[in-house]
Write a protein that binds this ligand. Structure first.
Ligand code: NAD
Length: 333
């Protein structure tokens, strides 16, 4: 198989090449640029494309792939909101993804954000390096005894519940499909409204769907406790960023941790340190002392990258041998 890999960074090349060593018959070509309708030209003559979260696989791009002989789209991520699945089916392309890869990576990052925001590690780091050993402004709180609300208790949310339960918190959860693991660690499912009203810390772990778009909006924020901590390591558009900025300005939101941002496609995964930031909403977020943003790095652990690469190579091997594709996604329409 000839595979064109888009939006590939050094770590993608390293982990995919290592996993691909079991299939010397394949030829991988790594492109650093993202996949767009224009760069789709680069897939001419390839059997498969390997893509990531910010690559755009709309109908026109998929039609181009079909014309070039591409037969397989391998997503090296779980989410597939960037793929026009009905178009892939129409043009006879199969689509595979990596449905699960270290839920621990994302759950641990969310817990890390809670501790950093609370104890201001990010501020203390700079202070101490500047020989400023004052404690003023670094006062935190015991997580023990607080009420933590988890929205979405699938693979990642459940691991998050298990970790945070170890702090001795009151654990509340909301999910459209409750999972027994949450109650096993002392959690209690409650209606969303109740969770929003009583939680001191809220962590989002549900997918981005039409029904969850801007789940955290002005109305939801108005119901929250004064000074609430909000953590989003899931998908940017779960949160209405402008509403959250209003919440931060009023003090309703006391702490905000974001690993994802609704307009992140134009920002994240690139070094833009010499550019003028054009996104005024994002720029405003960065002015708050109680906001911590990481650039979609929650998944970024050795174990997760190994699993992503391994699952991708397994799918490519199965496709090449004409075997069933365990991680195939199909359009529901
Ligand atoms: P999952 O499918 O195992 O779990 C999602 C859970 O959300 C399910 O239990 C589902 O029932 C629940 N859910 C669906 N609609 C809901 C709603 N309206 N309200 C409340 N809950 C709802 O997914 P997962 O593997 O746990 O991943 C969760 C999310 O994490 C993904 O959708 C993805 O957006 C995000 N993610 C982020 C990163 C990162 O690096 N930041 C990496 C991987 C995944």
């Amino acid at each position: 198989m000839r595979i064109a890999c888009f939006d590939s960074k050094r770590h993608d090349r390293e982990f995919l090449s290592r996993a691909a060593s079991t299939r010397p018959e394949d030829q991988w070509v790594f492109f650093e640029n993202r996949l767009t309708i224009e760069s789709a030209e680069q897939s001419r003559g390839f059997d498969a494309v390997c893509v990531f979260v910010h690559d755009s696989l709309d109908r026109a791009t998929i039609a181009k792939f079909a014309g070039f002989g591409v037969k397989l789209i391998a997503l090296r991520c779980a989410g597939f909101n960037n793929v026009d699945l009905p178009a892939a089916e129409e043009f006879g392309l199969r689509v595979v993804r990596v449905p699960a890869y270290s839920p621990h990576a994302v759950a641990e990052h969310a817990v890390g954000m809670i501790l950093s925001l609370n104890r201001r590690f990010h501020r203390a780091y700079h202070r101490v390096r500047d020989s400023n050993f004052a404690l003023e402004g670094l006062l935190g709180f015991d997580v023990h005894g607080k009420t933590v609300g988890v929205i979405g208790t699938g693979k990642i949310g459940e691991v998050f519940c298990r970790i945070i339960a170890g702090f001795g918190v009151q654990l509340l959860a909301y999910d459209v499909h409750p999972h027994p693991g949450v109650e096993q660690v002392g959690g209690k499912y409650v209606p969303l409204d109740e969770l929003l009203q009583v939680a001191d810390i809220i962590s989002l772990h549900c997918p981005l769907l039409e029904s969850t778009h801007h789940l955290i909006n002005d109305d939801a924020i108005a119901r929250m406790k004064q000074g609430v901590m909000l953590i989003n390591t899931s998908r940017g558009a779960l949160v209405d960023t402008e509403a959250v900025i209003r919440g931060l300005k009023s003090g309703k939101i006391g702490y905000l941790g974001l690993d994802v941002y609704e307009e992140e496609e134009n920002l994240f995964f690139e070094d833009r340190s010499t550019e003028v930031l054009q996104d005024d909403v994002f720029a405003r977020l960065l002015t708050f002392p109680n906001v911590l943003v990481t650039a979609h790095q929650a998944f970024f652990t050795q174990q997760a990258l190994e699993q992503i690469a391994q699952t991708t190579i397994t799918s490519i091997g199965a496709f090449a041998r004409g075997e069933p594709l365990a991680f195939e996604i199909k359009s529901t329409s």
